[in-house]
Design a binder for this molecule. Structure first.
Ligand SMILES: C[S@@+](CC[C@H](N)C(=O)[O-])C[C@H]1O[C@@H](n2cnc3c(N)ncnc32)[C@H](O)[C@@H]1O
Length: 198
């Protein structure tokens, strides 16, 4: 069953290839500037593969996902690691400011922005959830043909036509009250777009 409001092409992978693609999520966080002591919102957090590493660094994390079953998996993952500084909130990413009323230093959104129908609206909502000078970090698949992005011998990731270039991401986010800080490469197939709230 498809959940109402579910972003297209953002299903959590079923096979074990996510771990093969992201063997070191903590390294990704360091590359995109998530630092010890920050207050972070992990938007579209899925099964918590990044959430656990964010929570190990951050002072406090709010993990938001529309899929309650995935939040339960994430909750268990953090509990097994005795990590207790994360709240898990079920809801639609557009409602981020209401779902996470405490203002954050960083909104981190990995592997979901490509499926958002109204991207500038989503970025506006993220801005409302950030402290002055806060950052929005978007981790996206590069806009390469899906057949080229193989992991464990098979093409993976969202359909080619859903993928966003850094330029398209910047064009969607900056009008929401952000300015690009930098783009970082996250090999083999991703980039991170880091924005400062104006
Ligand atoms: C591909 S997964 C990525 C999960 C995690 N960010 C990661 O990179 O490991 C995308 C997630 O977005 C969630 N999602 C889809 N539509 C959403 C919406 N409208 N609001 C909040 N979460 C949503 C899905 O349930 C899924 O867990």
């Amino acid at each position: 069953m498809v959940l109402p409001g579910f972003f297209k092409g953002t299903e959590m992978p079923t096979a074990g290839w996510w771990e093969a693609l992201w063997p070191d999520p903590a390294k990704v966080l360091a590359r995109v500037g998530i630092a010890p002591g920050m207050e972070v919102i992990d938007l579209c957090s899925g099964d918590g593969w990044f959430t656990l590493q964010i929570a190990r660094l951050a002072r406090h994390v709010v993990a938001i996902d529309i899929d309650r079953a995935l939040l339960e998996v994430a909750k268990l993952r953090l509990a097994e690691s005795h990590v207790t500084n994360c709240e898990f909130v079920e809801g639609n990413a557009y409602d981020i400011a209401e779902l996470a009323p405490r203002l954050a230093d960083v909104v981190f959104m990995a592997n979901a922005f490509h499926g958002v129908p109204e991207r500038t609206r989503l970025a506006q909502a993220a801005a409302a959830a950030l402290k002055p000078g806060g950052r929005l970090v978007i981790v996206n698949w590069h806009a390469r043909p899906r057949e080229e992005t193989t992991i464990l011998g098979e093409p993976r990731g969202p359909a080619t036509e859903l993928r966003l270039t850094p330029e398209a991401t910047i064009a969607a986010v900056e009008p929401a009250g952000f300015t690009l800080n930098r783009i970082v490469e996250l090999p083999p197939y991703h980039y991170g777009a880091i924005f400062n709230k104006l």
